[in-house]
Write a protein that binds this ligand. Structure first.
Ligand code: CU
Length: 132
């Protein structure tokens, strides 16, 4: 019973916020089921950390999007033509966090960018890969 409780606590901790670590990048190229993406920060306001994310086809992924500076940001995943939104999270101030569970049903590579005017042009873009 104690082992079950410990296991449940670990799962809750993972889902909650990465246990105190603001950024939990998945190993490059490895599909992740829980992803923390940061916007802004000391080095550059208009960037994502990590800028690339890999997830598995038809498998829910829990995304935590955290704002590390004082302006709004969005994490918006677009289909290839750039007009269809596949996923969207918005944060409004430093320390703000938005979370959502998304299931991507088509394998491929997608772009995400911040839809706040000007931010994409400053380089706030990234890439999401959905692997079979
Ligand atoms: Cu932004």
């Amino acid at each position: 019973m104690a082992t079950m409780r410990l296991g449940l606590a670990a799962v809750v901790c993972l889902v909650a916020a990465g246990c105190g670590s603001p950024v939990t990048p998945s190993p490059p190229g490895q599909p992740a089921s829980v992803v923390t993406i940061a916007a802004g920060g000391d080095a550059d306001v208009y960037h994502y950390d990590p800028p690339t994310v890999t997830v598995r086809l038809n498998t829910p992924v829990e995304v935590h999007f955290v704002d590390h500076d004082v302006v709004d940001h969005t994490w918006t995943v677009f289909d290839g033509d750039g007009t269809t939104v596949l996923a969207n999270l918005t944060v409004a101030k430093e320390g703000d966090e938005a979370s959502g569970s998304f299931t991507f049903t088509k394998a491929g590579t997608y772009q995400f960018w911040c839809t706040i005017p000007g931010h994409k042009g400053f380089g706030e873009v990234g890439r999401l890969t959905v692997t079979p």
